[in-house]
Ligand binder design. Structure first.
Ligand code: GLU
Length: 294
């Protein structure tokens, strides 16, 4: 009798732990350790965020593997985990992050207007964007590629789009949308632009377009989510170093985020974040790229 009671109690306890683990895994996949005792120089962004005990972060809401709202309403993905790592180093727990959807086109704007504290959103660092915002990182280097329907054999790379007929989809305000124009005979007719990549995936599925172009890892996420409907050409033709966007001129905050990335690479949090997210389709975790400490 005693033993049976004990067994029952153990089962209940195990169930409770299981549920708790489940509940927290959605909101914090890797749960980086929050530095509670941390102190920052007065007047810095770090000090301000630490004292406020809340952060607003811009990310994508519809990009599997990097930033996606799941069915429970939690955000999951590598970008989300990178943001949590930065928040934890600021002494702010993940559940005190307010997430803001930042489609490609609005990223500079929301940073300039102070609507977010920083942006982690498959955001390529480049000189044009650096005129408006600052970038920590890169924390990953992707490459532009092309996705087509599984049965398509007519498109083997960007050159296949030079025919002036085939339609390719990308997103307004993204680097791939600009780059692909250089391959198109008639960009006005051939390039279809939406605000988010999930709409491009729908257009490809419905055969309204022949291809989707953006960073390979974004396409891999869409392919994974498509249940085998799409395939990657797998001929990357650019380098897309992903940075964390922040207010231009906030050099102390930029240096802090860079230091945080280096610390996360050292203590294993960076690799853990990858494995829990993008590692689902690319199991080999990347090495943190050499940072651009300009
Ligand atoms: N990395 C590219 C960019 O920042 C494409 C991905 C995106 O649109 O988020 O424009």
């Amino acid at each position: 009798m005693m033993i049976r009671k004990l067994l029952a109690a153990t089962a209940v306890a195990a169930l409770a732990v299981g549920t708790a683990a489940c509940g927290s895994s959605g909101s914090s996949t890797t749960a980086p350790k929050v530095d509670k005792a941390v102190k920052f120089e007065a007047g810095t962004t770090m000090d301000k965020l630490n004292k406020a005990q809340k952060i607003t972060v811009g990310t994508k809401f519809d990009q599997p593997l990097f930033g996606q709202k799941n069915l429970k309403g939690d955000l999951v993905g590598f970008d989300v985990e990178i943001a949590k790592i930065v928040a934890a180093k600021l002494g702010v727990p993940a559940d005190k992050i307010t997430w803001v959807a930042t489609p490609s086109k609005v990223r500079e704007e929301v940073i300039e207007q102070g609507k977010v504290d920083f942006v982690v959103a498959t955001y390529t660092i480049n000189d044009k964007r650096k005129q408006r915002v600052g970038f920590a990182g890169p924390y990953y280097v992707a490459g532009q590629d092309i996705m087509v329907n599984k049965d398509d054999t007519s498109i083997t790379g960007p050159d296949s789009l030079r025919d002036g007929v085939k339609k390719v989809c990308s997103v307004t305000g993204s680097t791939p949308a600009e780059k692909i124009k250089t391959f198109l005979k008639d960009p006005a007719k051939q390039l279809v632009l939406f605000d988010v990549y999930s709409k491009c995936a729908d257009a490809l599925k419905n055969k309204q377009v022949d291809a989707v172009t953006t960073d390979n890892v974004i396409l891999l996420g869409l392919i994974d989510a498509s249940g085998g409907k799409f395939k990657l050409i797998d001929q990357p033709f650019t380098q897309e170093p992903y940075g964390i966007g922040l207010k231009k001129g906030d050099d102390k905050f930029r240096a802090f985020i860079n230091d945080t990335l280096e610390a996360a690479a050292k203590n294993g949090d960076y690799e853990k974040a990858w494995k829990a997210t993008a590692g689902k389709v690319k199991p080999q975790a990347p090495k943190l790229p050499v940072l651009d400490r300009y």
